[in-house]
Design a protein around this ligand. Sequence first.
Ligand SMILES: [Zn+2]
Length: 134
Amino acid sequence: MLPKGHKLPDNFYSSKKVVVPLGLGIQKIDACENDCMLYWKDDKELQECKVCHHPRFKSRKRRGNKKPKNVPFKQLSYLLLTPRLQRLYTSQATAEHMRWHKENPGEEGKLCHPRDGEASKHFDHTHPSFAAES
Ligand SMILES: [Zn+2]
């Protein structure tokens, strides 16, 4: 899935060694096994689902004097959006693509880009200061 001429090693672990220091982090958020809720914000410390009461962590046996590590039944990997957007605007080449929708208005009456849709127009109208900064 990488473009031709990419410099990443073919091995996943070697590629990870290259990508991780770039700082495009992943936030791990525990989730209910039945997809009822996330253990996030106000619910961060809960030990069981507040909807179906399924336990958050698998039961683990104690090994020696060590306290067993809590292993969640399910975990969500959240790709942090802000650092990714900051990266896209850091490069002149990609920043140009990020602003394209604003600098190239479409034809009136034609739906060629998501910005031509009613939802996008409504969002721009509702949040004018956000829409002004492409
Ligand atoms: Zn649940």
